[in-house]
Design a protein around this ligand. Structure first.
Ligand SMILES: [Zn+2]
Length: 259
């Protein structure tokens, strides 16, 4: 099972989350919201071979933490994964759009300079801007749009420029989320929980709840949960085979497709 976007460090007991994920054999991408949080969050994953820690600077914190970009640059060589990054054009955040853009553009530029990264991206109310920027810096790496909530047209554009997607139980609960997931290329989807922000009927989701998304995808795809799980693991394998240099060489993103 896979939880490719989870905030392990933000649960009340992160050590317990790591232990439970390990016991259940789950592959976890542990995303962070600030460079400062990365060091101790990466420490949590030490010795756990299925957990990777992504270096992030969350768009909702960009206006408070943009001064950590220097630290981001310093830490970037130590992580193959970047996230959570992105833009948020929703109420309460759009007034900070200039700083959000500065942070996101800097992260893309540094990732490009560093040979490319696998990136977990937040795109709420900002899909067009995100796609424009990804297309402008194709060497930044492989973008995975997490909890995508744009339109069907935006989804097609994202797919055309080579984006992947991570989807979770909270997104797939609604009809819109399910219809978007149905339109995503089946070989470019991973499951996520976005816990503890992602919620289920019993409160915050945990990595083990990624199984709910596997079952939801199985229904959407019209196959068994076992077959869906196999597809998702194949996807993870093909993603992992893309090393940074590899990503740059075969990045499907191009200026041409976005124009
Ligand atoms: Zn998140």
């Amino acid at each position: 099972m896979i939880d490719f976007h989870c905030h392990l460090d933000l649960y009340p007991d992160p050590v317990r989350e790591v232990r439970d994920a390990e016991a259940a054999g789950i592959y976890v991408l542990s995303v962070t919201t600030t460079p400062r949080a990365w060091v101790r969050t990466a420490q949590l994953a030490k010795g756990h071979k299925r957990i990777r820690t992504a270096l992030g600077l969350h768009p909702q914190l960009a206006h408070e933490r943009h001064n950590e970009l220097g630290l981001f640059e310093e830490l970037l060589p130590r992580s193959r994964y970047v996230g959570e990054i992105g833009l948020d054009g929703g109420p309460g955040y759009r007034e900070h759009s200039a700083l959000q853009r500065k942070v996101f553009d800097t992260v893309l530029r540094l990732s490009d300079k560093g040979g490319g990264r696998i990136m977990s991206i937040h795109s709420r109310h900002a899909v067009d801007e995100i796609l424009e920027r990804l297309a402008a810096v194709p060497g930044a790496g492989l973008p995975i749009l997490h909890w995508f909530s744009g339109s069907a047209t935006q989804l097609r554009r994202a797919t055309d420029i080579g984006c992947w997607f991570s989807v979770g139980p909270a997104m797939l609960r609604g009809a819109k989320g399910r219809s978007l997931a149905k339109a995503m290329p089946r070989d470019r989807i991973l499951t996520e929980t976005d816990g503890p922000f992602g919620k289920g009927p019993n409160g915050p989701l945990h990595p083990v709840d990624a199984w709910v998304a596997v079952k939801q995808l199985a229904t959407i795809w019209g196959i068994s949960p076992g077959e869906a799980e196999k597809q998702l693991l194949d996807n993870l394998r093909s993603l992992s085979a893309s090393g940074p240099d590899h990503i740059r060489a075969r990045s499907p993103i191009s200026q041409r497709t976005i124009a």
